[in-house]
Design a protein around this ligand. Structure first.
Ligand code: ADP
Length: 381
């Protein structure tokens, strides 16, 4: 028999606790949460069951709400923290990235460039200043070496020319013995080789620091190739090699230096002639695409092994001397060609396999694309 029950507890079922102990229970009755505590109490001969209940519905709703907020906000906060961390580390590393980019872009011809100093006087600014000082020291040594090579080559030119002309004169003298003639012919051939070597060294020494002062003009590549074709044909004919020219129908405009472009072509043709056996074939073609133009020199010669491709443009590199006998080559031709191509901001590429001939391709940016030059009037015939 219930002696007293508040209205609020009307639906709460009674719970029987163990004798002498309290019993706590959580109940959900008609959608409301209750926390109850029940205990038997002996009063004289009577035993009463005392049950107290607290309505925790709102408290539970609050806890559930908080739990959902936590479940959703923890991953969101994690994502936000990761994004903020990424952004902040990117900002912190940006100056290092800039220093790396700038340092990587500095090479031989651009040794005068320096890393920008922000004036913050922090570690990174001090690092940039240190790298700049190191670059200045390297540039000074580089200039000294180039200057020395240029001076030495220049000074050697006159005595070598004198030796050559004297040898030529003596060869023409009547009455020389066969031994003397042989000796003079050797002196002549060696001094011719030295003249060429000295000329190559001078070109290389100058090519590094004259970029800004080289006069550039509007050229038409088909015309430039035609300009040297007679000389090239004569050279090829001497070795019984067929030389063909496959020009582009289109105008091939290039802003460049005529003498240098011809030198590049001559180096490639010289090599093609030198490393192709009599009866072989050499063909030169010009090409043009939407943004680039250039020419390629193919030959059916001895070819170059893949393992030599990466060294072929290095100074004084020659593929094994048995394959390339003493023929006037110094190992400087391709490195000169490469540096002249680089002055024109172009690229030089080689495709070759041993015994399969070689193909050297030169690519330049088209004058009308890079410099906005209108070519129709000046160049179409
Ligand atoms: P070199 O004056 O000796 O020809 P280069 O720098 O022009 O010097 O060429 C380097 C080497 O590359 C040459 O010694 C030769 O072995 C090889 N080479 C260059 N062009 C060709 C070619 N067209 N075919 C085969 N080998 C070549």
């Amino acid at each position: 028999m219930i002696i007293y029950q508040p209205d609020a507890m009307a639906g709460v079922t009674s719970i029987t606790p163990p004798p002498g102990k309290s019993r706590r229970e959580s109940l959900v009755i008609q959608g409301r949460s209750w926390r109850t505590i029940s205990r038997f109490a002996d009063v004289g001969p009577y035993t009463f069951l005392i049950q107290v209940a607290v309505d925790q519905t709102e408290y539970r709703e609050l806890i559930t709400g908080l739990a959902w907020i936590l479940i959703l906000s923890i991953p969101l906060a994690g994502l936000l923290a990761a994004a903020a961390g990424y952004w902040m580390s990117g900002r912190a590393l940006y100056p290092i990235h800039q220093i790396t980019e700038a340092t990587n872009s500095i090479d031989g011809p651009s040794l005068s460039r320096r890393l920008p100093l922000l004036g913050t006087n922090d570690e990174l600014d001090r690092l940039s200043a240190t790298i700049n000082r190191m670059l200045s020291r390297i540039a000074t040594s580089y200039e000294r070496i180039a200057q020395f090579t240029a001076d030495a080559s220049h000074e050697l030119r006159t005595p070598v020319a004198l030796i050559r002309s004297n040898a030529e004169l003596l060869l023409m003298e009547p009455g020389s013995s066969p031994g003397m003639l042989r000796g003079l012919a050797d002196i002549l051939s060696e001094s011719t080789y030295m003249t060429r070597l000295i000329g190559d060294l001078l070109t290389l020494a100058r090519s590094g620091n004259e970029d800004a002062s080289i006069p550039m003009e509007l050229l038409e590549l088909n015309e430039s190739v035609r300009g040297i074709l007679d000389r090239a044909r004569a050279q090829a004919m001497l070795r019984n090699i067929k030389l063909e020219y496959l020009p582009q129908d289109q105008v091939v405009p290039l802003l460049g230096n005529q003498a240098m472009v011809e030198r590049i072509l001559m180096i490639l043709i010289d090599n093609a002639v030198r490393y192709t056996s009599p009866g072989g074939r050499i063909w030169i073609e010009t090409w043009v695409t939407a943004e680039h133009c250039g020419f390629a020199v193919h030959d059916t010669g001895i070819g170059i092994a893949q393992s030599h491709h990466e060294h072929i443009f290095e100074r004084f590199f020659r593929v094994d001397s048995a394959r390339t006998p003493r023929d006037g080559g110094s190992g400087l031709g391709l490195s000169i060609a490469k540096s002249l191509v680089e002055i024109h901001k172009g690229t030089i590429q080689l495709e070759s396999e041993i015994g399969e001939g070689a193909r050297f391709e030169i690519a330049f940016a088209r004058a009308d694309i890079v410099h906005g030059v209108t070519t129709e009037h000046q160049l179409t015939h």
